[in-house]
Write a protein that binds this ligand. Structure first.
Ligand code: ZN
Length: 140
C-alpha cells in the first residue's frame, strides 16, 4: 500500500491565529494517484494545533473565548517562571488541549468532510513563526 508524505510551511502570526488549509489539502489530494485511503495532518510544534472547525466569524470569537477562559495568559505558569525569557506557557497548554494530529478518510480523491467541516491550523504562540505541517497519505 503506497504511503506519500508531503510537507509545507505556513507563515503564522500567533495569538490564536487560525488558517484554513482545507483547499490546500483537497487540491494536493486530487493530484495524487491514490483514490481511497486516509490522510493525516500533523503539526510539528508544541504551540500550534490542527482541528476540524466550522470556519465562521461567530465561532472564531467563541472559540477564542474558550481558549482564553480555559487557559488564561496571565496565570503564574511554571513554564514561564522556571525558564527565563519564556512567556508562552498558555500557548503550549492550549496546543496540548487542542492536539497536533488529525486524520480524515478520503474516497475518490475527495475528503469525506461534512458540509460545514473545515481543516484549520491554529498558532497559539506569542510571536509570528513559520509552522511546519506534515501531510501523510496512505491508501490505494
Ligand atoms: Zn515555551
Amino acid at each position: 500500500m503506497p504511503v506519500i508524505t508531503k510537507q509545507f510551511v505556513l507563515d503564522m502570526k500567533g495569538s490564536n491565529e487560525v488558517i484554513n488549509i482545507t483547499k490546500k489539502i483537497s487540491t494536493a489530494l486530487s493530484k495524487l494517484k491514490i483514490d481511497n485511503g486516509i490522510i493525516t495532518i500533523f503539526v510539528k510544534h508544541t504551540t500550534a494545533s490542527v482541528m476540524i472547525f466550522e470556519d465562521e466569524s461567530g465561532l472564531h470569537s467563541d472559540t477564542n473565548m474558550i481558549w482564553k477562559t480555559l487557559v488564561p495568559e496571565d496565570e503564574k505558569w511554571k513554564h514561564n517562571i522556571l525558564n527565563s525569557g519564556e512567556d508562552n506557557a498558555h500557548s503550549h497548554l492550549r496546543a496540548q488541549i487542542q492536539g497536533q494530529s488529525l486524520s480524515v478518510p478520503f474516497l475518490d480523491r475527495k475528503l469525506t468532510l461534512g458540509t460545514w467541516q473545515q481543516i484549520v491550523i491554529i498558532d497559539f504562540d506569542t510571536t509570528p513563526r513559520k509552522r511546519d505541517i506534515i501531510v501523510q497519505i496512505v491508501g490505494e
